[in-house]
Design a protein around this ligand. Structure first.
Ligand code: AMP
Ligand code: GLY
Length: 409
């Protein structure tokens, strides 16, 4: 099978890396791809239009297309592929509204009775802190947690009238991702992202500074609860409404004392969660994705997943104003330790690897325990260098604390 990957970040590099090891996959093409993916397949420039991706799939005799980012999905890439009889993993534009419109999503949660934060129209309905979200795709920058009334008023003025106001939920966030076939869901192991730029969850939100996969993030009762109360009802309701959901469905959850509550759905794999999911994935990913694209339920390897950690190295100034064009060294040395380095904001220029975006790369490792995987990730990261590079030193720490607390009981 020949696979086209749409996108060019760390998530797409991880997909390409795992697909390259699938016996069913003969060739990988990525658009636009990145220098890391170029070592595993062919990278071709991004077409200007959605139908341009279909032309590309025809030109490269592609059997299956996998879409990384949300924007082409929200723009209807899956509709166009299906119309032209091309196999693709990803929801239609109508189903992608679960991520594309916060207002659609909130109304959907309500009519599906999915546990979520209480939302309303005016600040007076809520105490403090209060959460204000801009409608539409905002790459994580459209959400404000306001601690004071004046901050809330100012955010409301800045974000305009098209906002959702909701109660603040306290707890730990978990990323729960499933592969959907229109009527059912196959869950992946739970992962946890680190959204804030600095250690201890300080500083502004980012796309994600690191993630880890550890089955211990959720008990099996909690995972079952999430499937029964959130994932399966969502997929069943989407089918009932005539907009069946196929592809990766990512529930961003807050684990509250009252159980899991859904903050948001994303209609794709998380980044950097995907790096850990792909790292610990066992089996033939090509086959699994082909089954899901054909709407038959894929079978995942049910052996307990191994732990995996991804630490992201970001460019100076990220997330506000990332500096680009800095020389990256040490990736081969990092990989010689056994780590896998997934590239994201990198470019090849004049025979050198340079930074070209905010999140530059993610060092990904596995291990028998979370502590081992974390230590390996940081040992590998120490080999890598670019000017202004910064990364969090506490990726996975919540997982270590959780394990310690569990031991005490
Ligand atoms: P979203 O784009 O909806 O995922 O929001 C981005 C981030 O804002 C989430 O990952 C949470 O850290 C935070 N957030 C969103 N909604 C809430 C909420 N109701 N209560 C607490 N934090 C929230
Ligand atoms: N890591 C968060 C996201 O992909 O949205």
């Amino acid at each position: 099978m020949r696979v086209l990957i749409v996108g060019g970040g760390g998530r797409e590099h991880a997909l390409a890396w795992r697909l390259a090891q699938s016996p069913s996959v003969k060739a990988i093409v990525a658009s636009p791809g990145n220098p890391g993916i170029a070592a595993l397949g062919q990278c071709v420039a991004e077409p200007a239009t959605i139908s341009g991706y279909c032309d590309l799939a025809h030109a490269y005799s592609i059997d299956l297309t996998v879409v990384g980012p949300e924007a082409p999905l929200v723009a209807g890439i899956a509709n166009e592929f299906r119309r032209r009889d091309l196999k693709i993993i990803g929801p239609t534009a109508a189903a992608a509204r679960l991520e594309g419109s916060k207002r659609f999503a909130k109304d959907f949660f309500r009519r599906t009775h999915i546990p979520t934060a209480r939302s309303g129209e005016s600040l007076s309905e809520f105490g403090l802190p209060v959460v204000i979200k801009a409608d539409g795709l905002a790459a994580g920058k459209g959400v404000v947690v306001a601690n004071t009334a004046s901050e809330a008023e100012a955010s409301l003025a800045r974000l305009g009238p098209n906002v959702v106001i909701e109660e603040f939920l306290d707890g730990e966030e978990v990323s729960f991702i499933g592969l959907c076939t229109g009527t059912s869901v196959v869950p992946f192991p739970p992962t946890q992202d680190h959204k804030r730029v600095f250690d201890g969850d300080q500083g502004p939100n980012t796309g994600g500074m690191g993630a880890y996969l550890d089955p211990g993030i959720l008990s099996s009762a909690q995972a079952g609860d999430i499937m029964e109360r959130i994932m399966l009802p969502a997929v069943r309701q989407m089918a009932k409404e005539g907009t069946p959901f196929t592809g990766f469905l990512y529930a961003g959850l807050m684990m509250t004392p009252d159980g899991p509550k859904l903050l948001e759905f994303n209609v794709r794999l998380g980044d950097p969660e995907a790096q850990t999911l792909m790292h610990s994935f066992r089996g033939d990913l090509g086959e699994v994705l082909r089954d899901a694209a054909g709407e038959s339920l894929p079978t995942l390897n049910t052996a307990p997943p191994s732990v995996s950690v991804c630490v992201v190295a970001a460019a100076e100034g990220y997330p506000a104003t990332p500096h680009t064009g800095d020389l990256i060294t040490g990736i081969p040395d990092a990989e010689a330790t056994g780590a896998v380095v997934f590239q994201a904001g990198t470019e090849q220029a004049g025979g050198q690897l340079l930074t070209s975006g905010g999140r530059v790369l993610g060092v990904t490792t596995g291990g028998d325990t979370l502590q081992i995987a974390i230590d390996r990730a940081y040992a590998a990261m120490a080999k890598i260098h670019f000017r202004g590079m910064h990364y969090r030193r506490d990726i996975g720490r919540k997982g270590l604390n959780r394990a310690r607390e569990a031991r005490r009981w």
